[in-house]
Design a protein around this ligand. Structure first.
Ligand SMILES: Cc1cc2nc3c(=O)[nH]c(=O)nc-3n(C[C@H](O)[C@H](O)[C@H](O)COP(=O)(O)OP(=O)(O)OC[C@H]3O[C@@H](n4cnc5c(N)ncnc54)[C@H](O)[C@@H]3O)c2cc1C
Ligand code: SF4
Length: 447
C-alpha cells in the first residue's frame, strides 16, 4: 500500500446522507396486528412447551401467544414482563434461533418456527412506549439496596426489588444507564432510542434512584456501600477487552470493536465515524459480526472476519453469520493473527498464520497469509476489569464466583450477568440473573 494513500483510506462521510438512515433501519420491523394474529395462530400451544424450557427467563410462551390470538395484548405483555421486565429489548436482541425458536416444535417438524421474538415485540411495544404499569409496589420495607451497574442485570434486579417495596440506588460508571443495551447492541437491532424508552418504562415503578458517572473502586467503595445499604448487587459486566501481545504501541487504524460500537451508538452523526476501505476483524462471536456488518454499512469496501478455528466453532449463531455473509463480508477461518505491518504509524496489513488441530490442540502451521488492511478491529472477548476491589471476591475462571442464587463469597453481596461465572454473554441471561438475585435478596431481607 502506498504511503501517501494510507491517510486517505480511513475517513468519514463515505455514504450519501440518506443512506445512513437506510442502512441502519430496523433489522426486524414489527408485525402489524393482522400479521401477529396469523403468526400466533401457527402456535400449537404445546403442553410442556420446549420453547419455554429453552428461554433463560422461562417466559410462558404459549400463554402469551394465545393472549395475542385472543386480542388480549395487555395480558400478553404482562405474561412476558412477569418473567422478564426487559422483554422488549430481548425481543429485539435475543438469538432466538439458538434459544426458543430452535426448540419450537414447528422448527423440528418444518424448519419454520413460530416467530416468537417478533410476537414478543408485538406484545410488549405498546406498553413500553406508553409506559403502562402492570405492577404496584408493595408497602415500603425500609430496606435499602445498592445495585452497581445499570445494565440488563442491574435493571432487572432493581425492578424486582422495588416491586417488593425495597428502595434501590443504582450506581453506574457511564454517563447514561442501560449498559450494553445503550452502548453495545448493534444499532440496527435497537432503533429509535429504544434502550432509553425501555428504561423510562422500568423506572416508572418508582423506588429506584439512578446515580450516573459513579464508579465502584473510584467514586465508591464496597466498604462504604456495605455500611450504608442492607445488601449489594453487582452487575458490572465485563469492562476490559482482550488485546494482542504484539499490539503494544498505538497504531492508527487499530481499534477495539466494543469501543467503536459504543461511539457508533452514541454519535449524533454517523458520517463522522472513521471508516477504512479494507477492514479486517479478528474474532468469531457476536461482537465480530456486529462490528463487521456495521462498518460495511458505514461504507467500508472490503470487510474480512478472520477466525482462528473452523466457522462452525464460531460463537456467532448461524443467523448472525448469514447476516455477515449476506452483507458481503468474507469469513476466513483457520487464521490466527501474528503481526501487523505499518507505514509510519498507520496500519497497512495484518499478517496471519494458518492454524490446524494437532492432538486436539490448536497449533500454528508455520504458513502465513498477509491481508492488506487500513483498519483492524479486535473483537476477541471481554474480561472483568482488573480492579483490586472486585478481586476481593472469589474469582473463578476470570469471573465473579456466585452460588445458584447469585450470592458471592462476601455476605450480603450478590452478583449477576456477564461479570459472573455462568453468565453466557447474552442480554436475556443477564436479566434472568438479576431477577433471580433479587428474589434471593428479598428472601434474605424478609427472613
Ligand atoms: C458489541 C456487543 C454486542 C452484543 N450483542 C448482543 C445481542 O445482539 N444479543 C444479546 O443477547 N447479547 C448481546 N451482547 C451481550 C449483552 O450485551 C450482554 O450479555 C449484557 O449486556 C450483559 O448485561 P450486564 O448487565 O451483565 O452488563 P453490561 O450490559 O455490560 O452493564 C454493566 C454496567 O455496569 C457499569 N459498570 C461497570 N463497572 C462499573 C463500576 N466499577 N462501577 C459502576 N458501574 C460499573 C457499566 O457502565 C454498565 O452500565 C452483546 C455484547 C457486545 C459487547
Ligand atoms: S414450541 Fe412452538 S408451537 Fe409449541 S408452544 Fe412453543 S412456540 Fe408454540
Amino acid at each position: 500500500m502506498e504511503r501517501a494513500k494510507i491517510h486517505e483510506r480511513i475517513s468519514g462521510n463515505r455514504l450519501r446522507t440518506e443512506n445512513y438512515e437506510k442502512n441502519f433501519c430496523d433489522a426486524h420491523p414489527p408485525l402489524n396486528l393482522h400479521e401477529a394474529k396469523v403468526e400466533a395462530d401457527r402456535c400449537y400451544f404445546c403442553y410442556d412447551a420446549p420453547c419455554v424450557t429453552a428461554c433463560p427467563t422461562s417466559i410462558d410462551i404459549p400463554k402469551f401467544i394465545r393472549q395475542i390470538s385472543t386480542g388480549d395484548i395487555d395480558g400478553s405483555a404482562k405474561t412476558i414482563f412477569d418473567q422478564n421486565i426487559l422483554g422488549g429489548m430481548c425481543a429485539r436482541v435475543c438469538p432466538t434461533e439458538t434459544l426458543c425458536e430452535e426448540a419450537c416444535v414447528r422448527e423440528t417438524a418444518e424448519s419454520d418456527p413460530v416467530k416468537i421474538g417478533l410476537l414478543q415485540r408485538h406484545a410488549t411495544d405498546k406498553a413500553i412506549f406508553s409506559k403502562q404499569q402492570f405492577y404496584k409496589r408493595e408497602a415500603e420495607t425500609g430496606k435499602k439496596i445498592a445495585v452497581i451497574g445499570a445494565g440488563p442485570a442491574g435493571l432487572a434486579c432493581a425492578h424486582r426489588l422495588s416491586m417488593y417495596g425495597h428502595t434501590v440506588s443504582i450506581y453506574d460508571a457511564r454517563e447514561k444507564p442501560g449498559g450494553l443495551n445503550e452502548y453495545g447492541i448493534a444499532a440496527y437491532k435497537t432503533v429509535d432510542n429504544f434502550a432509553q424508552n425501555e428504561l423510562d418504562f422500568i423506572k416508572e415503578i418508582g423506588g429506584i434512584e439512578f446515580h450516573q458517572n459513579k464508579k465502584l473502586g473510584k467514586d465508591l467503595s464496597l466498604e462504604n456501600l456495605m455500611s450504608e445499604y442492607d445488601c449489594i448487587f453487582l452487575g458490572v459486566g465485563l469492562e476490559d477487552t482482550n488485546n494482542l501481545s504484539f499490539l503494544e504501541e498505538k497504531t492508527l487504524g487499530v481499534e477495539d470493536a466494543v469501543d467503536y460500537i459504543a461511539n457508533l451508538r452514541q454519535t449524533a452523526d454517523k458520517s463522522t465515524l472513521p471508516v477504512g476501505r479494507k477492514v479486517v476483524v479478528i474474532g468469531g462471536g457476536m461482537t465480530a459480526v456486529d462490528i463487521s456488518v456495521q462498518i460495511k454499512l458505514l461504507g467500508a469496501e472490503e470487510v474480512t472476519i478472520a477466525y482462528r478455528r473452523g466457522k462452525e466453532a464460531m460463537n456467532a449463531s448461524s443467523v448472525e453469520k448469514e447476516r455477515a455473509t449476506s452483507n458481503g463480508i468474507v469469513i476466513r477461518e483457520w487464521l490466527q493473527p501474528s503481526s501487523i505491518e505499518k507505514i509510519d504509524a498507520n496500519l497497512s496489513a495484518v499478517k496471519f498464520e494458518y492454524t490446524a488441530y494437532k492432538d486436539k490442540k490448536l497449533i500454528g502451521t508455520n504458513e502465513f497469509l498477509t491481508l492488506e488492511a487500513d483498519q483492524l478491529f479486535l473483537a476477541i472477548g471481554q474480561t472483568l476489569e482488573d480492579d483490586p476491589l472486585l478481586k476481593k471476591l472469589k474469582i473463578d475462571n476470570g469471573k465473579i464466583w456466585v452460588d445458584s442464587e447469585g450470592r458471592t463469597s462476601i455476605p450480603k453481596v450478590w452478583a449477576g450477568g456477564d461479570c459472573t461465572i455462568g453468565g453466557e454473554d447474552l442480554t436475556v441471561t443477564a436479566v434472568a440473573n438479576g431477577r433471580d438475585s433479587a428474589e434471593s435478596i428479598n428472601n434474605f431481607l424478609r427472613n
